[in-house]
Design a protein around this ligand. Structure first.
Ligand code: MG
Length: 341
């Protein structure tokens, strides 16, 4: 039978991290540990103000399915996901469980998860490094601190967005992506797309508020840059609605409920010629190592979460200058630091 343990950590950030709607210096996170046959698998879900997820709400959700989980002998992660999904309406908690189930499954099989899926990591996309909103000189300094990354994702949503990108462009030839986190109007998005394209931006992530999705067909038709859905694409059911409104989707494991539904979303997106990105929250190496397993299936990836932290709680897959490095261990490659109990 499986055993469930819940750990909570406060992850200190290297720098305050600001997007259009909030600013944080510490990220609270829940680590789920699933134990079977003496082997531990780890999964993660961060708390999130925008999605109303707190440490308590995660603990409540996990307690709700403890009996179910501890009555199961897991054979595959998908089986566990389906059983829990029937009883739990909380993708963040579901994600932590699903990630732990994958790590455990791989460790029990004695191979990395991506290898068990038959994926080669040889042509992995490179990850961007995210620059949060700040005074322009601070944003330039942050970029300089991580100057060997090949791609930067710039958070926008100020009254001087183009000025920010223009200033950053003076200091690097790297690829830029921008993420407005719902802060723009349709008109602003169309107007910004041309200048941003000239400044070497490859796409715009979630320009409009999620409830303005009806404005997206017009933006889709007129934008000079591809548009990627984030806040508008949470779960599998949302993928269909992004067709004709966005050029691609940004899947996040906590939004959809883990690797199991993420792989279904990737498949559906591919069938509909949507580009696929996976993004992260400011999570630890536990969450990032799970993303690393599906990395070979992606066009774009934003997996710098652990790189934004002052200190980490685990070792596993590590992203160095945009390149994901895999440890020679099984599962998601995770070991929780010994001083974390
Ligand atoms: Mg985003």
């Amino acid at each position: 039978m499986m055993q469930l343990k819940i750990h909570q950590f406060d992850l200190p950030l290297l720098h305050p991290f600001t997007i259009s709607r909030e600013s944080i210096t510490v990220q609270s996170t829940i680590i789920v540990e699933l134990i079977q046959d003496g082997v531990s698998g780890y999964g993660e879900s961060t708390t999130n103000a925008y999605y109303g997820v707190t440490e308590q709400s995660l603990r409540d959700s996990l307690q709700q399915v403890r009996g179910l989980i501890e009555g199961i002998e897991m054979s595959t992660p998908g089986e566990l996901w389906s059983a829990v999904n029937e009883q739990l309406d909380d993708t963040f908690a579901l994600c932590a469980l699903d990630l732990a189930a994958h790590d455990l499954w791989g460790k029990l099989q004695g191979a990395p998860v991506h290898q068990l899926w038959g994926l080669s990591t040889d042509a992995n996309p490179l990850s961007n490094y995210t620059i949060g909103i700040d005074d322009i000189d601070v944003m330039i300094a942050k970029m300089a601190e991580f100057s060997d990354w090949p791609i930067y994702k710039i958070k926008l949503g100020t009254d001087h967005d183009i000025e920010i990108v223009r200033a950053l462009r003076e200091h690097t030839d790297a690829v830029f992506r921008v993420d407005a986190n719902c802060a723009w109007t349709a008109e602003q998005t169309i107007a910004n797309s041309g200048p941003l394209k000239s400044l070497g931006v490859e796409f715009i992530e979630q320009p409009l508020a999620a409830d303005l999705i009806d404005h997206m067909p017009a933006v889709f038709a007129q934008s000079e840059l591809p548009l990627i859905a984030d806040e508008n694409c949470l779960v599998l059911d949302d993928v269909q609605r992004c067709i004709g409104r966005f050029h691609g989707i940004n899947i996040k494991l906590v939004k959809c409920g883990g690797l199991t539904p993420a792989r279904q979303m990737i498949e559906l997106a591919r069938q509909n010629d949507l580009k696929v990105m996976v993004g992260c929250m400011t999570e630890s190496t536990v969450g990032i190592s799970a993303i690393a397993q599906i990395l070979p299936l992606l066009d774009y990836v934003d997996m710098d979460g652990a790189a934004l932290l002052k200190s980490d709680i685990a070792t596993g897959c590590q992203v160095v200058n945009g390149i994901c490095q895999y440890p020679l261990t099984s599962g998601n490659g995770l070991t929780l630091n010994s001083n974390c109990d």
